[in-house]
Design a protein around this ligand. Structure first.
Ligand code: SF4
Length: 699
């Protein structure tokens, strides 16, 4: 069979791959022509060919554990949704979707919920990953719009990784940076992270700050820049507002280098070195990821970081900018079609009456949902207390990935109508389903995804779905038809959906919103199939896409000015104490992805770190009588888990690290998120996964 060009289904780097299917497997090689990876691939991407096959796949729809026909299953889903809507109203149903869905899947799910069911109760696991960055961008730049491109990393003279172990979480991007550092040793790399991670291998400076203290660091940087005459007054005057208030807050919180050093528990000399590097290096990119986002003050931390780039005018030019690294392959694409409960499709605001009217006219409905729906954590709270009577979960495993996992499982157990679309049976959430719908997966479905640098790529099928598995867009479309909305859900292919999505982005836009791919609305099927990777916006004025946003200093706010905002740093919501004295930090490891439903299929990946572990500093291990290789029990007020002890001086004393991947499917008592609290950022709703007080004892 001929080779197929597609993209990797794992992280937000969005690497292009070439796939040649063989006998039950496939040869997967990096696509040298794809701009994201330029011929590189990481361990997970390289092993994709070994993860194919029918083992553990869901092959037929099921109702109550009994296999049924698609006709019966679709009728059952539509009947359950209709019954709940008629009895309890549209607010009593919810969709919980995933950054693993393709943009086309997401589009139809969002259209059905916000346009035709009439509620905004569709949220996504991207809430756990990027929602704080989204809110920080919207508040400062006016839109959820990543300013930079990957090529900026190679053009910068200083790269600052904040709360990001890119070496493991965005490996190909890290490979690109490491190669540039080898080529150009004068490139400076700073890592800001309580842990010493593999990303520090190329760092000139590692700031192992107190967990949760990032806002003091960036407030301190802003006040330092002002003291040292490092502000770009011409840029600030021409293109921003809010400096005075932002600066006053920064000075109050972090007035001096010793004050920052004390707040962050860092040596003052290290703080000074970082601040001077930033002051004197025009071409600076500051990258951040979950270490900042997964916090009860994640939005403020992102704002404090962006303030420093606005204050120095380091945005919209080559080698400069604030750059959030997206966790999932299509968290961006999901946001573009309105996959968050507090936004509409095409980056329109749900609070904007004109936007709602525009969308209603485009979809041909009297009105669309007018008030924000439940964000992920609140959505499952609403399931738990009965406000949500029917929940449809697509391509995600919230029993493992949401905080306070036992409460999520109990909520689903008590819910009358739990519909789950998934490709595998081995998921803790599948076990909670009343109706199971077998979904097609990577290699079997066609559509588009958007990576961290706003690049839209085609994911292409190269295998038929096994059994009766179907693409998610098809499943949602068929349910919409059975709910009586057939006239608006006439889609026959992903290309049909993409054309409508692209047309909506340009509909009565006139440059008001940056997310505009209206120039792609007329692609015929062949052109859609051949679509080359392209960065949005894609408009008649920019038909080849847009490398960098805000190059003209014009931002996506009403007056075109970016907004610097005051940030008053807050500590994590729940401090460590006598009963739970250690701070738990959760995260990814190099060779696993999410809850392991794909990556656990190949020994090549499971041998790297074969079991759940707790990484702890040797001093803490002594204190709590823990030995290398022994089993430990971790406890919090919410639950407990077991993990193998790993002593590691890279761990900051007082804190421990546990990977978030394992579930009951793969090991006993292995879910890290039974320990974490359902504490979220008040603006973004993103959970505080990086700071949960725990106790660790020998088991
Ligand atoms: Fe896939 Fe990310 Fe690895 Fe690229 S870096 S091959 S997108 S997991």
């Amino acid at each position: 069979m001929a080779e197929t060009s597609t993209v990797c289904p794992y992280c937000g780097v969005g690497c292009g791959l070439r796939v040649e299917p063989g006998d039950g497997r496939a040869a997967v090689t990096p696509d040298v022509a794809h701009p994201a990876n330029r011929g590189r691939v990481c361990s997970k991407g390289a092993a994709l060919g070994e993860t194919l096959g029918e083992a553990d796949r869901l092959l037929r729809p099921e109702i109550g554990g009994t296999p049924v026909s698609w006709e019966a299953a679709l009728g059952e889903v539509a009947g359950r949704l209709r019954s709940v809507i008629e009895t309890h109203g549209p607010q009593a149903v919810a969709f919980y979707v995933s950054g693993q869905l393709l943009t086309e899947d997401y589009y139809v799910a969002n259209k059905l919920m916000k346009g035709f069911i009439g509620a905004a109760n569709i949220d996504t696991n991207s809430r756990l990953c990027m929602s704080s960055a989204v809110a920080a961008y919207k508040r400062t730049l006016g839109e959820d719009a990543v300013p930079c491109s990957y090529e900026d990393l190679e053009q910068a003279d200083l790269l600052v990784f904040v709360g990001s172990n890119a070496a493991w979480t965005h490996p190909v991007l890290y490979q690109r940076v490491a190669a540039e550092k080898r080529r150009r040793p004068e490139l400076r790399v700073v890592v800001v992270d309580p842990r010493r991670t593999p990303t520090c291998d190329i760092a000139d400076l590692h700031l192992a700050l107190r967990p949760g203290s990032d806002a003091w660091l960036f407030d301190g940087l802003l006040s330092f820049l002002a003291r040292e005459d490092g502000l770009n007054r011409a840029f600030l005057d021409a293109h921003t507002q809010g400096l005075d208030d932002a600066l006053a807050a920064a000075r109050a919180a972090a007035p001096s280098i010793p004050a920052v050093a004390a707040a962050c528990e860092l040596p003052a000399a290290q703080v000074a070195e970082f601040f001077r590097l930033f002051l004197h290096t025009e071409k600076t990119v500051t990258l951040w990821s979950q270490g900042l986002n997964q916090s009860s003050s994640g939005v403020d931390k992102g704002v404090a970081l962006i303030n420093c780039h606005l204050a120095t005018g380091r945005i919209g030019r080559p080698g400069m900018g604030p750059f959030s690294l997206t966790g999932q392959p299509n968290a961006m694409g999901g946001r573009e079609v309105g996959g968050l409960a507090n936004q509409l499709a095409a980056h329109m605001d749900i609070e904007d009456a004109d936007a709602r009217d525009r969308l209603a006219r485009f979809w041909g409905v009297p009105a669309v949902a007018a008030t924000p729906g439940f964000k992920a954590v609140d959505l499952f709270e609403a399931v738990a207390d009965g406000r949500i009577k029917a929940v449809w979960i697509m391509a995600t495993n919230p029993v493992v990935s949401l905080p306070d996992g036992e409460r999520v499982r109990a909520a689903l157990a008590a819910c009358e109508h739990v519909i789950v679309s998934d490709c595998v049976r081995g998921s803790d959430t599948v076990a909670c389903a009343d109706v199971l719908l077998p979904a097609a997966t990577w290699g079997e479905k066609d559509g588009t995804v958007t990576n961290s640098e706003r690049r839209i790529s085609r994911m292409r099928a190269f295998l038929p779905p096994p059994g009766e598995a179907r693409p998610d867009w098809w499943i949602v479309t068929e349910v919409a038809r059975r709910l009586g909305h057939g006239d608006a859900f006439t889609f026959r292919s992903p290309a049909d959906i993409f054309r409508e999505h692209a047309a909506l982005s340009g509909f009565e836009n006139g440059g008001a919103r940056l997310f505009d791919i209206g120039a792609l609305a007329d692609l015929d099927d062949a052109a859609y199939d051949a679509l080359a990777p392209v960065q949005w916006p894609v408009t008649p004025a920019t038909p080849s896409g847009t490398t960098r946003l805000f190059a003209d200093g014009c931002f996506a706010t009403a007056d075109g000015r970016a907004l610097l905002l005051p940030v008053a740093p807050r500590p994590p919501a729940v401090p460590a104490g006598d009963e739970y004295p250690l701070v738990l930090n959760t995260g990814r490891i190099r060779d696993q992805w999410h809850t392991m439903t794909r990556t656990a299929r190949t020994p090549r990946l499971t041998t790297h770190m074969p079991e759940p572990f707790v990484q702890i500093h040797p001093l803490d291990a002594d204190l709590w009588h823990l030995a290398e290789g022994g089993l430990a029990r971790l406890s919090s007020p919410h639950g407990g888990m077991l993990a193998r002890v790993k002593l590691d001086a890279a761990q900051r004393p007082g804190s421990v690290f546990v990977p978030m991947h394992w579930s009951e499917t793969y090991a006993r008592d292995a879910r890290a998120n039974v320990l974490t609290a359902a504490v979220t950022d008040p603006v973004s709703g993103q959970p505080e996964f990086k700071h949960a007080p725990v106790r660790v004892e020998p088991f």
